[in-house]
Design a protein around this ligand. Structure first.
Ligand SMILES: NC(=O)C1=CN([C@@H]2O[C@H](COP(=O)(O)OP(=O)(O)OC[C@H]3O[C@@H](n4cnc5c(N)ncnc54)[C@H](O)[C@@H]3O)[C@@H](O)[C@H]2O)[C@H](O)CC1
Ligand SMILES: [K+]
Length: 483
């Protein structure tokens, strides 16, 4: 955003004009939230975020609101556009931490925005804690103060906003947790920064939604038949651990894979056979068994991991699948079996579309010993680095699932629902992603679409959701998407 800002200024929009537009957007939203003539308390910070606050305060005073403003730091320390903006405020300038937030109709948080560089301490911390303690609705300027714009982390303490107004485009913190939870509904104000600049500067970072992948979502043509829609193979665990594979298999079938087969160890054939109907079943005795099956090129997408067991045999099955160069989804045991052995995965998945779907814990175990992949505070950065390292698309699951491709593209998911936190949910997600890849959807789009459809299915079902319900809710989601 800073670069976009600079480019906007270079393209002729003076910084002060950007600030005026930002401040006006804040004032306009404040008007919607406050009662006519109500009390508005503005906490302004030492930088441009504070400048936005000064502009908003002056406009709201002109619009007959009872505005009080407090500054963190002293007016003579203000510089640049913020110093200019402060001249437009003719009211008193108090101390931000002494403001009477509890009297406000609404509070405007203009302490810090994208310039936050360290944890809030001293007066800044007191101001935020008092603001939160007031219980009054807070309108955050650009982002809630105390939230790190890039990572979504809380830097010591952060404003719990009722609403946020940001400028030009949302930042990672508006989608990444916990930042997202501190923003309330986020409004994006257009302040004249061009789409071209944004796309050039926004990089390949997107909010996950159908706009990202609807163009590659399989739409069966009149002539298409099941062999055109791929054949997904899901490896099953042993006799007492077969449910996970069947959940993945059913999801692959529901999302449209033409054929789906469960590859089952001999001792679990009976168990699986008793449960399967449209999903087919093949005996598969370890890596050699898998290698035999994969001699048939029609098996074009694989799921390995759910309940496979954490051991060298699982690693050998992954090696067979990689060697066969089929689209591949690795999850659960297929990831944890490489705990501490992540260097074996360096560049391992460059040759075929591959998606890894760890949750945070599996990610940390898998890449133990690789601080360059584990250390970044931003989940987005961790996913991007691991994608580049492995050559696979990384899905780091959570309330804010991040999908990152080796080429740098990334999507942050925002339709997650707590109902998805149920046994077998991850198995289902693997099947959705593999089933899409079986139909020719590229790995990044298949992962983004799979994550989104998975969450939408969970949300559409709601309370009482169990994993078996997820695949059954997919048709409803597809109906909406393909409408
Ligand atoms: N992006 C846009 O299109 C526009 C953005 N605007 C606003 O500008 C801010 C960013 O302003 P900046 O001056 O870079 O930083 P902040 O105002 O967020 O920070 C103020 C200042 O505070 C100091 N600081 C950092 N961390 C701490 C801390 N923990 N404690 C104390 N002080 C701290 C540091 O020196 C910072 O410089 C952006 O968010 C928008 O609101 C434009 O006004 C409109 C267009
Ligand atoms: K702010």
């Amino acid at each position: 955003m800073k670069q976009a800002d600079r480019e906007a200024i270079e393209s002729g929009i003076p910084g002060l004009e950007l600030m005026r537009r930002a401040g006006r957007a804040v004032a306009d939203l404040a008007e919607k939230l406050a009662s006519a003539g109500g009390k508005i308390v503005v906490a302004a910070g030492p930088g441009q975020n504070g400048g936005d606050g000064f502009v908003a305060a002056a406009l709201l005073a002109e619009r007959s609101y009872q505005v009080s403003l407090g500054l963190l730091g002293s007016s003579d320390r203000l510089t640049g556009d913020a110093a200019e903006a402060a001249k437009g405020w003719i009211g008193e300038v108090g101390r931000a931490e002494d403001l009477r937030f509890y009297e406000a109709d609404i509070v405007i948080d203009a302490l810090f925005g994208t310039g936050l560089t360290r944890d809030l301490e001293a007066r800044a911390r007191i101001a935020v804690e008092r603001m939160n303690a007031s219980g009054r609705p807070i309108l955050a300027v650009d982002l809630p103060s105390g939230i790190d714009g890039e990572t979504g982390e809380v830097r010591g303490v952060a404003v719990k906003a009722a609403r946020t107004v940001t400028f030009a485009a949302r930042k990672p913190c508006h989608l990444l947790m916990p930042g997202r939870a501190y923003c309330g509904p986020v409004e994006v104000a257009d302040i004249g920064i061009s789409r071209k600049t944004l796309e050039a500067r926004g990089g390949a970072l997107f909010a996950n939604g159908s706009a990202l992948w609807t163009h590659v979502l399989p739409r069966p043509g009149l002539s298409s038949h099941k062999y055109e829609r791929g054949h997904t193979l899901v490896a099953s665990g042993g006799a007492t651990r077969t449910g996970a594979a069947r959940l993945a298999a059913r999801a692959a079938l529901r999302i449209g894979s033409g054929l789906v087969t469960v590859a089952s160890p001999p001792e679990a054939l009976g168990v699986n056979a008793a449960h399967l109907t449209a999903i087919m079943l093949r005996g598969c005795d370890g890596p050699e068994g898998l290698n035999t099956i994969l001699q048939d090129p029609r098996f074009n997408a694989l799921v390995l991991g759910p309940a496979l067991g954490i051991h060298a045999g699982t690693r050998a099955m992954v090696a067979v699948a990689v060697h066969a160069r089929r689209s591949l989804v690795l999850d659960a045991d297929a990831l944890t079996s490489f705990e501490g052995l992540a260097s074996e995965l360096h560049g391992a998945f460059r040759h075929a579309p591959t998606v890894l779907t760890p949750h945070d814990g599996e990610f940390s175990r898998l890449f133990k010993g690789h601080p360059d992949l584990l250390d970044p505070a931003s989940k987005l950065e961790r996913a991007r680095r691991a994608a580049a390292f492995t050559g696979a698309v990384l899905v780091i699951k959570g309330a804010d699932t991040v999908v990152a491709a080796p080429d740098g593209r990334a999507g942050i998911n925002e339709n997650g629902t707590p109902y998805l936190a149920t046994a077998g949910s991850g198995d289902t997600l693997c099947g959705l992603i593999a089933g899409l890849m079986a139909q020719g959807v590229p790995a990044f789009e298949a992962a983004c679409a799979g994550v989104w459809i998975h969450a939408e299915a969970g949300a559409s079902f709601g309370p009482g959701l169990i994993a078996e319900d997820l695949a059954e809710a997919v048709p409803g989601v597809l109906r909406e998407l393909l409408r």
